[in-house]
Design a protein around this ligand. Sequence first.
Ligand code: FAD
Length: 414
Amino acid sequence: MTTPGRNWAETHAYEATTLHRPTTVDELRRVVAQASRVRALGTRHSFHDLADSPGVLVALDAIPHEVVLDPEARTATVSAAARYGDVAPVLHEAGWALAAMASLPHISVAGAVATGTHGSGDRIPTLAGAVVALELVGADGDLVTVREGDPDFAGMVVGLGALGVVTRVSLRVEPAYDVRQRVHNAVPWETVVGELDAITSAADSVSIFTRWGAEAVEQVWWKSRVQAEPSATWGVPATADQHPILGIDPVHATPQGGVPGPWFERLPHFRMGFTPSVGAEIQAEYLLPRASFPDAVAALRALGPRIDPLLQVTEIRTMPADDLWLSPAYGRDTVAIHFTLVRDPSAVRRLLPAVEEALAPYEARPHWGKWFTLDADALAARYPRLPDFVALADRLDPEGCFRNAFLERTVLRR
Ligand SMILES: Cc1cc2nc3c(=O)[nH]c(=O)nc-3n(C[C@H](O)[C@H](O)[C@H](O)COP(=O)(O)OP(=O)(O)OC[C@H]3O[C@@H](n4cnc5c(N)ncnc54)[C@H](O)[C@@H]3O)c2cc1C
């Protein structure tokens, strides 16, 4: 037992009184059964109080990690607290791979899945989209498994920690593959806006980095499986590796220049052994219907003079629609517009309502793990299955063991 401390970005000090680190699932079950209020903590990469608890927190990183492959079913069952960067080399060594990774390999599998964390790719679903089963400890301490096809499954995967403490996650896997990553600079805005479909389908996974006032879009990163060299003709090919934020040493970034390498060393932008992104930052991200991209870009470029002074970089990514109730990509092909902002909480708090107002016509859904100011009414209007999620949480956790201030502010209400 210890005190919980702060999140990764040091933008939130956890209010929970105690952090438990059980070493077995049975010990975890006892902690949950005895606590009146408890929530799971992952690798602390969410930027606000989402993971916090008015009671105790529990981290699963002291429970020995395992990766159990089922080649016939093409699944791997992994420990909830394992980081993607721990799991990926084990899968690769055995000849298997995941379809997607986020920008960084440092996050826990359960924490990423719980918030609908995503990478990029017109045909690559969010990380939650790879889940085929979850094993979790419910409010009474019982261990249950929910599988794809079960009635509650689509409601439980992006669960925000509100439905139980996940102990193991089964993920869809596919044969291992290599990826090449190429970066181009200075792609004209008109091209990015007018030819988004061509740009994002020119490789398996595409990320666009820029500031809103830049004369041309600063960087496009194309990541393609080696059999499919990106057909990217836009902009100026970079002559050396780059960080997503121009001017920062690219030593933190994954190799570029078309040099092939294992999927898990190219799909993320950042290497496991280094600090991802910049560290001193606040992130926000809004996920929109793909068709709204040109209008959303026009609205944000108009706001550029307010955004850019606080912005380190924007990243634009795409993903297909899914059917997970609280996934930000639920029911619509999606374009995600992300902001890495300076770590100035009051300035960011003043900026975000303006961004949210500009994106309101497109029913922008905020990333659950990043900063936003939208309230429960706004979110309810943008998540058609949110009432079903609230009913599910009430049924699975009638005493509110897994509730916290974040959930009551945004989803569950009081
Ligand atoms: C530098 C940086 C880069 C990022 N890049 C991306 C990106 O590329 N794409 C993207 O979509 N997001 C990105 N994020 C956001 C990040 O992926 C999410 O905040 C994610 O939830 C972090 O996972 P975590 O393990 O740190 O979870 P935490 O922040 O610790 O917790 C998040 C939620 O998961 C729940 N949770 C954790 N473990 C369990 C469990 N065992 N059982 C039940 N619930 C659990 C918590 O209760 C909480 O609700 C980034 C964040 C940072 C700091």
